[in-house]
Design a protein around this ligand. Structure first.
Ligand SMILES: C[C@H]1O[C@@H](n2cnc3c(N)ncnc32)[C@H](O)[C@@H]1O
Ligand SMILES: [Zn+2]
Length: 433
């Protein structure tokens, strides 16, 4: 992987953009020209051979280094899955594990056309190091969990402040810090309010789980007298800088509140179906109330991959099936959720195939079966292709994959495999003590 990006100019020849065979010229990391006339000198020339060009994708909800836990525990309900399986193994994670697990996530995301993502996890300075090395864009938050304990809250505050300053010291405009209050059932209202105030002072994003399960809502009402959305709102966490993940068990007042506050709701259909949360995000109501709408995979152990092409398809199908409407969430809206909306949710400008925009670009193989026939490239992208059809990826004009080759792939896979072996060994040793 290239250590430093020197702003190369790129010319991509003969690609399909909205039904036209054109060239694409990238200069200084942005689209300079898209059309038959695009051309001229370039440091890198890529033969498109009729490839389908799409905007780069943004995964707005994941726990990237959970790649190390892929397939570790499946087929369980959320609370048992977290408390009996996931959290006990996560207790043995090291910074080195998160460095390699996040690189593996970046590799998988690059291979399937994702150029930016929204992460909430631990040892996030190591995650930032991995993102910097892999050349992607990301908003990174430490998973703030105080379990309503004052001492733990102080530690979570220090960890959050440390991460934000270390990311800001990186001076990489493609890597942003955020606060990551986990959820209303794992964070006290003092902790939630601190996160809101700190994100306001620092003018950084907020990444939070909201209304994932019916139990989250009923327990919250029983405990506080109000619903999770109202708890987040009275703590100041509902803002235009907020990405709320899942948003399944929302009623119409919740949707109106999210719309009024300009919150982005991140739909995570695969995770929701895999954990059987029992209700699809109310996409139609949220759209009507003006909430931002984007898409995310959640972590690899509740999906179990990071393929945003699959995520677009499952979003479109789940919404149609659950709300009994064959016209809800058409392919074009699914692609917008996964690209431009996702970029906007994270405060990035990209995810648009437009002159002047940052050059986030994905090329799909024109000869792949999923692109034959090519009546409608967006339909194929959402309903037929998956990440396997991606051949070339640019992020802010930087070539991250060309003709299926990601530089340094073997080293990332080896490092991740070693991290997994070490993690399991430490967990095993503690269990047998
Ligand atoms: C950041 C924290 O969020 C946990 N985590 C992973 N998946 C989910 C989910 N679907 N809902 C809530 N928390 C989750 C991670 O396991 C980590 O403990
Ligand atoms: Zn999550």
């Amino acid at each position: 992987m290239k250590e430093s990006y020197n702003g190369e100019d790129v010319l991509i020849k003969d690609v399909e953009v909205q039904g036209r065979r054109v060239n694409i010229k990238v200069e200084g990391g942005r689209f300079a020209a898209i059309g038959e006339e695009a051309g001229g000198e370039a440091d890198v020339v890529i033969e498109g051979r009729g490839a389908v060009a799409l905007p780069g994708l943004y995964n707005t909800h994941t726990h990237a280094a959970m790649t190390l836990l892929r397939g570790y525990a499946d087929d369980m309900l959320l609370q048992a899955w977290l408390s009996e399986k996931i959290w006990p193994l996560e207790a043995h994670l090291t910074g080195e594990d998160v460095y390699w697990g996040t690189q593996l996530a970046c590799l998988e995301m690059i291979r399937s056309g994702t150029v930016g993502f929204n992460d909430m996890y631990f040892f996030m300075d190591e995650a930032a190091r991995a993102v910097d090395k892999m050349g992607m864009k990301a908003q990174l938050a430490y998973g703030f969990i105080d379990l309503f304990d004052e001492e733990k809250r102080e530690k979570e505050i220090k960890a959050t402040e440390a991460l934000v300053s270390s990311i800001q010291a990186m001076n990489n405009p493609g890597i942003k810090a955020a606060v990551g209050p986990h959820a209303v059932y794992t964070v006290s209202e003092e902790g939630l309010s601190w996160c809101a105030e700190f994100s306001r002072q620092q003018n950084i994003g907020i990444h939070v789980h909201l209304a994932e399960t019916e139990q989250e809502v009923t327990d919250c009402v029983a405990k506080t007298g109000v619903r999770p959305t109202q708890v987040l709102d009275r703590c100041g966490l509902l803002t235009p800088r907020t990405v709320a993940a899942h948003c399944c068990w929302l009623d119409s007042d919740d949707c109106a509140l999210l719309g009024d506050r300009g919150v982005f709701a991140s739909h995570n259909p695969t995770s929701n179906m895999k954990l059987a949360v029992g209700r699809a995000m109310p996409y139609g109501l949220l759209k009507e109330r003006g909430a931002g709408l984007c898409l995310g995979t959640d972590g690899c152990s509740s999906n179990n991959n990071l393929d945003m092409f699959e995520e677009m398809k499952f979003a479109a199908l789940l919404q149609k099936f659950f709300w009994h409407s064959p016209t809800i969430l058409p392919a074009g809206e699914a692609l917008a959720m996964a690209s431009a909306n996702g970029a906007e949710a994270l405060g990035f400008k990209g995810g648009r195939l437009e002159v002047g925009a940052p050059a986030d670009l994905v090329l799909l193989d024109r000869r792949a079966a999923c692109n034959t026939p090519l009546y409608n490239a967006v339909s194929n992208a959402v309903y037929a292709c998956n990440g396997g059809a991606v051949t070339t990826v640019l992020c802010d004009g930087r070539v991250l994959m060309q003709d299926g080759v990601v530089p340094g792939e073997a080293e990332v896979l080896d490092g991740a495999r070693q991290a997994i072996a070490g993690l399991l060994e430490r967990h095993q040793a503690s269990v047998s003590e």
